[in-house]
Design a protein around this ligand. Structure first.
Ligand code: AMP
Ligand code: MG
Length: 653
């Protein structure tokens, strides 16, 4: 075994004994090195493109100037073409009189008369210098002397206000080198030389295939147990962003024959094939088996010590890269950007991407798996002294953890955590840090979006990071956010939120959310009852299944009070959001649970009100004067926001 390789034994799954029992995991660096070694060097193929269509492409060959620019000696100002020797004695007190020749040289007119000693010819900016003249005097430095003469009160040096032929670009000069990315400036340079077409590196054609029986294309209705194909859209866009031409071929079911024929067809008319899903060697995972039959040398790496992205599969089939990205969208995106983009850009003749980096402090401990290089998406906010990098709390299945992050940080394969307070290097997804105008960290509520919409429409950027009430309160105490939305009930005082505030924080009243029991409309066990009786009815029926909430949630406290210590079927099903409770009941996984009214109504569930919860904001007093905070307070108090909140089922405080 080479350096950087570890053997991780995988226990045989029942019924899958014929499957490979060992996954050979390569380090990220080793996998990339082997992949590149199998693909490069290779000939960069060029194609002729019109200048306008060459924007963003890489030049396939050096370009030398076919002509001089300017093509002739040219005047830089409006004035008179003169012989400098005639004006050697000219000065304020000693004007020199020159007779005007009988023509005016405009742009695009070729001169016909020679400028002989003692004469001058009127010339416009851009006009070609006539024979005999060696300088131009500006019209501002002359005075008319009758209709056909001028007085000049300054001496001129030879060549004054003249651009000589080839002074900008000389015929035969190397203009642009192969590999240069064509921007507007490069295009302008070529246009000035009269070049209408250039040979640029041909964009590699990249076939994109999603795999999985569960996938549905966006725009179509979702059946039960189905999900939308996210990777297809992500990968196709990322291919185009990095110099390739994506050919999206849709989602193919997990059927070996169908998948193999799709892969063969795709590979036949493309330069590269990118699949996603089906790499974790489960029952439906076929693509990697098919690759073995597609060409030599086949699989280069299957399993990379990378998180997210361990099941990545890299192959080369008869010179063409074939890649299987992990199925989870965030893993797919990440591995594509980290491992495939370098190869794609090289095939497209583009330079490596230069990612901007910044240092930021990590406010909380981040656990990490030993033995895998881990990449953690972060959102950046401005703290008291410098940038703070908040890890995205969602797992590798979460698309928003990538799309809403500002960048990512890296935890070494040999580390099992990054401790709170660590100064880490963050690789940005954008060229510059985007510091938001308003930072909200805490419990998320759909009502919040109704208020911040006003700020967004006014051009302010709002970053809202969902970490729960207690997490938000901690961030507010550390001064890492402007506002922390909280809904914390204090048992002792039987009040919400205020008892949790400390010095430096003040309460901004938000709105009330009605909590209650949800059930499917028409369920006779619950229809028409109050909350207490509904729970009693549920407990009396042994076939009735509940859905609970996670420990620490305000809703959980209410549920536990109602249950009075009983733990019915479903008690251990403890999702972390109001929406998950509603989905479980709507989809018959459970018969009842507790959520807030707007969420219950959005899904069309029956709702029995129980108690109002206070959703308020802990405002960091020191940040109160920031324009973003003021805009938020204005929006919160506005009629528009109150109406929107009421329409959505909330009760503004
Ligand atoms: P797999 O590698 O096929 O076992 O997929 C792992 C996970 O990613 C499963 O939850 C799949 O449903 C999900 N997944 C696979 N392909 C896609 C896709 N194109 N879009 C969204 N999710 C996907
Ligand atoms: Mg699959």
């Amino acid at each position: 075994m080479g350096p950087g390789m570890t053997m991780i034994p995988k226990p045989p799954a029942p019924g899958a004994l014929e499957q490979e029992q060992f996954l050979k995991i390569l380090s990220r660096e080793e996998a990339l090195a082997r992949f590149e070694a199998a693909l490069f060097p290779r000939v960069l193929r060029g194609e002729l493109r019109k200048l306008a269509a060459a924007l963003g492409a890489a030049l396939a060959e050096d370009i030398t100037a076919p002509i001089d620019v300017p093509p002739f000696d040219r005047s830089n100002v409006d004035g008179f073409a003169v012989r400098s020797a005639d004006l050697a004695t000219a000065g304020e007190g000693a004007p020199v009189r020159l007779a005007l020749n009988g023509e005016t040289i405009h742009c695009g007119t070729a001169p016909t008369l020679q400028v002989v000693a003692g004469t001058a010819t009127p010339i416009a900016t851009g006009g070609p210098l006539p024979r005999g003249a060696d300088a131009v005097v500006m019209v501002e430095h002359t005075q008319p002397a009758g209709l056909d003469a001028i007085d000049v009160r300054r001496a001129v040096s030879p060549g004054q206000f003249v651009s000589y032929a080839g002074s900008d670009i000389a015929r035969g000069e190397a203009l642009l080198r192969a590999g240069t990315i064509m921007g507007s400036r490069e295009i302008g340079m070529l246009a000035a030389c009269g070049i209408a077409e250039v040979s640029v590196a041909r964009r590699p054609r990249v076939a994109v295939i999603s795999t999985g029986d569960e996938l549905v294309q966006p725009g179509r209705p979702l059946g039960s147990a189905e999900i939308y194909d996210t990777n297809g859209a992500i990968v196709a866009a990322a291919v185009d962003e990095n110099g390739g031409e994506a050919i999206f071929l849709g989602a193919i079911p997990d059927d070996e024959a169908e998948l193999e024929s799709a892969m063969r067809r795709a590979l036949a008319d493309s330069d590269m094939l990118v699949l996603s899903g089906g790499t974790s060697k489960g029952a439906g995972d076929l693509s990697h088996r098919i690759i073995g039959r597609l060409g030599q040398p086949g699989i280069i790496a299957h399993g990379v010590a990378l998180k997210p992205g361990k099941p990545l599969c890299l192959a080369v089939c008869d010179g063409k890269p074939v890649v299987i990205l992990p199925g989870f969208p965030t893993s797919a995106m990440f591995t594509f950007h980290d491992m495939i983009v370098p190869v794609l850009r090289r095939m497209a003749g583009l330079p490596p991407r230069s990612d901007a980096k910044v240092d930021a402090t990590v406010p909380v401990r981040i656990a990490s798996e030993l033995g895998r290089t881990e990449f953690v998406m972060v959102s950046l906010v401005e703290g008291r002294d410098g940038l703070i990098a908040y890890p995205s709390g969602k797992g590798s299945g979460a698309i928003t953890s990538f799309a809403q992050a500002d960048g990512f940080l890296r935890i070494d394969a040999l580390a099992d955590q990054m401790s709170a307070g660590t100064e880490a290097e963050v690789t940005l997804f954008t060229p510059h840090v985007r510091v938001p105008d308003l930072v909200i960290v805490g419990s998320h509520c759909t009502g919040l979006d109704l208020v911040t919409a006003q700020l967004a429409h006014a051009g302010l950027t709002v970053r809202s990071i969902a970490v729960g009430s207690l997490g938000g309160l901690a961030a507010a105490k550390r001064g890492e956010c402007d506002l922390a939305p909280i809904h914390l009930f204090d048992d002792k005082s039987e009040t919400y939120n205020t008892p949790y505030l400390v010095e430096g924080l003040e309460l901004v009243p938000g709105w009330r959310r009605m909590q209650g029991i949800v059930f499917r409309r028409g369920d006779k066990r619950f229809e028409g009852l109050n909350a207490k009786d509904a729970v009693a009815a549920a407990l009396a029926d042994s076939t009735c299944i509940m859905v609970n909430r996670n420990q620490g949630a305000g809703t959980r406290i209410l549920i536990d009070r109602l249950l009075g210590g009983v733990r019915p079927e479903g008690y251990w099903n403890q999702p972390r959001s109001h929406n998950a409770v509603a989905a479980a009941v709507a989809q018959h996984r459970a018969d009842w649970g507790m959520t807030i009214a707007p969420v219950a109504h959005a899904v069309g569930l029956g709702f029995i009100p129980l108690a109002e919860e206070h959703y308020d904001f802990a405002l960091v007093t020191a940040r109160k004067d920031r324009p973003g905070v003021q805009a938020f307070l204005d929006a919160l108090g506005s009629d528009a926001a109150r109406e929107a909140l009421e329409r959505a089922g909330f009760r503004p405080a």
